[in-house]
Design a protein around this ligand. Structure first.
Ligand code: AMP
Length: 577
């Protein structure tokens, strides 16, 4: 198919708003296409060269595009820039300047879809020294053979600014229309897309091999499956009413990762199907060591975990692992744990259609020992009370809430269905004020922190003349502070728990309750491990405590009291009610 016809249709689509009309145009376009072009044409409609997970960026900036336009139109780069400032659209600038240039040369070739795609692909993938001028040359070659309209579309494509407004759903509908004249094939086509996140592959299969091949689609390693999403309800009772007896898992707040393994190779994809393997060398190693499978696709949430205090770190900490440089150093400093919650594919078998209970059982079976990958904690709730209790436990251990799962439901790729229902702690509970707590002990620290002899603090609030623990603090320390804490607290060390301290936890070193530190926390939660306001086997604790500073100006007597913490907790409940 020549590219001019495609550009023509794209131009018409841009002027339309009715979805039905656009679908009809796209359907007509695919009807005319040769089977061998369908894949590329599908990508062009999406304005991409390949799906996200291939990791191919379009790879040419406006500046290079301006050079190519200048070269072909005979204008100076300054003139091109001036036009771009006026149009605000580099594609329109190409169109405008190509239309005032001399006649197309006699040697101009007709551009085919294949030619445009191939050149754009080479533009995107040429790298290294001299690649800039190669890119400009390849683009100029296309433009010198292009009509002004083709030029507009080509330049938009290579600069990543093609916005036809034709979504995946419209393209899928158009294919169904092209074949059947209605939308009846949509659900099955969509399923194939959800399994592979590759519209080009689905289109190519559909037009070349028909529906039987579409129905046979199953997950494939290194083609990310579009993630299942959770619905939301407000209370444990509502969730139980909807699902009845159900599984309830902790809701971990980190990166959702889909891990693919085949032939000893591991790739990791984000929730948006980007390939992010390079950011997680520790998880790659952990998966290779722990997962007993030849071919595998599974999902989980990875987050930073403080080995010292056994607490999860807030998302703001975990996110610092997202980086391009210094990845391995950061991975050492802040190793991640991956809490696996879904098995999708194993050794040739598609597990997405199996019920949750079977998927979860199998996932446990193939997981070997190690400290990188673990199963997300879960229970089977027989009533709303059990569900609520597990929710409270999860929140007090530092999790975001729970995700309840229908025991019988398949994995709903790409869909938000009531197979998963989330219940989160309320964000209005955020604690605005800081709290001044007294240090009653400290930990030596593991890993990198052993060199400072310091890994965290055990702290308490004051209750009359007693000190009751309220938080373990593992974050917020600079290296200098760690050393200082080690030195100053060692001077206050005592052999046994001071008699006025009430604690269920035992730090590496007890200290006399003298030093006051100011901490910030997300909220106050009920907790079975802290003694502050202890009642019915539960106390109150600070969630995600972080050191703000040492209050050298305050003595232990001036620390925040237990009563103040109880008041803050009540206020918080009130605010979220
Ligand atoms: P939300 O992002 O609030 O819609 O909640 C859904 C997200 O929770 C998922 O996309 C996952 O990233 C995350 N999540 C954490 N723990 C789990 C779990 N056990 N099961 C499913 N999703 C989880």
């Amino acid at each position: 198919m020549d590219f001019a016809s495609v550009a023509q249709v794209f131009d018409e689509i841009e002027g339309k708003t009715k979805r039905l009309d656009i679908t009809a145009d796209v359907a007509a376009l695919f009807k005319r296409a040769d089977k061998s072009e369908v894949k590329q044409l599908a990508y062009l409609c999406e304005g991409i060269l390949l799906p996200q997970h291939f990791g191919v960026e379009l790879g040419i900036g406006d500046k290079l595009a301006e050079q190519a336009i200048a070269h072909v139109s005979g204008k100076s780069v300054k003139e091109v820039e001036a036009s771009y400032r006026k149009t605000g659209d580099i594609g329109l600038t190409a169109e405008e300047l190509l239309s005032v240039k001399r006649q197309r040369s006699l040697a101009a070739q007709t551009l085919t879809v294949k030619k445009v795609y191939d050149n754009c692909y080479r533009i995107a993938t040429s790298a290294g020294g001299g690649s800039q001028s190669v890119k400009v040359k390849l683009l100029a070659e296309l433009l010198s053979n292009a009509s002004p309209l083709e030029g507009r579309m080509i330049v938009r494509l290579v600069t990543g600014s093609m916005r036809l407004g034709v979504g995946e759903a419209t393209i899928i509908d158009a294919w169904s229309f092209a074949e059947k004249g209605d939308k009846s094939l949509r659900v099955e086509l969509e399923r194939a897309f959800n399994m592979t996140s590759d519209l080009g592959l689905v289109g190519e299969t559909f037009f070349a091999k028909g529906m039987s091949a579409i129905r046979a689609f199953k997950p494939q390693p290194f083609s990310p499956i579009r993630p299942a999403l959770a619905e939301r309800l407000n209370t444990a009772a509502e969730i139980f009413e909807k699902l009845g007896e159900c599984a309830v898992e902790g809701k971990y707040d980190g990166f959702r990762l889909q891990v693919h393994l085949s032939g000893g190779r591991v790739e990791i994809y984000s929730r948006k199907q980007e390939r992010v393997t390079h950011m997680f060398p520790d998880i790659v190693a952990g998966v290779k060591k722990q997962m007993n499978a030849r071919e595998l696709i599974f999902e989980g949430e990875a987050l930073a975990f403080n080995e010292e205090t056994g607490e999860f770190l807030p998302f703001q900490e975990t996110i610092t692992r997202k980086r391009k440089h210094g990845v391995s150093k950061k991975a050492e400093e802040m190793p991640l744990r991956m809490f696996a919650f879904e098995l999708l594919y194993l050794d040739g078998k598609d597990w997405t259609n199996e019920p949750y209970s079977a998927r979860r059982r199998k996932l446990g079976e193939i997981m070997g020992k190690g400290d990188v990958v673990a199963l997300a904690k879960n229970i089977i709730a027989k009533n709303a009370r059990e569900l609520q209790k597990f929710f409270d436990e999860c929140v007090s251990s530092g999790l975001e809430g729970i995700v309840a799962k229908d025991l019988e439901a398949p994995y709903v790729a790409g869909g938000r269905k009531f197979a998963w229902i989330k219940l989160k702690r309320s964000y209005s509970e955020k604690l605005a004020d800081t709290i001044d707590v007294v240090i009653v002990g400290f930990y030596y620290g593991k890993g990198k922190r052993t060199e400072f002899g310091f890994g965290g603090l055990l702290t308490a609030v004051k209750a009359d003349d007693r000190f009751r623990t309220v938080a373990k603090i593992g974050t917020g320390f600079s290296e200098v502070q760690m050393k200082e804490f080690h030195d100053s607290l060692s001077k206050l060390a005592v052999k046994q728990k001071p008699s006025d301290v009430e604690s269920l936890l035992t730090p590496d070193v007890w200290v006399k309750p003298k030093v006051v530190v100011e901490v910030k926390a997300d909220e106050i939660t009920r907790s079975p491990v802290h003694k502050c306001a202890w009642k019915d086997n539960e106390g109150l604790a600070l969630r995600f405590p972080r050191l703000v500073r040492v209050r050298t100006d305050k003595g232990a007597d001036e620390a925040t009291t237990e009563k103040e913490v109880v008041d803050l907790y009540e206020l918080q409940k009130h605010a979220s009610a």
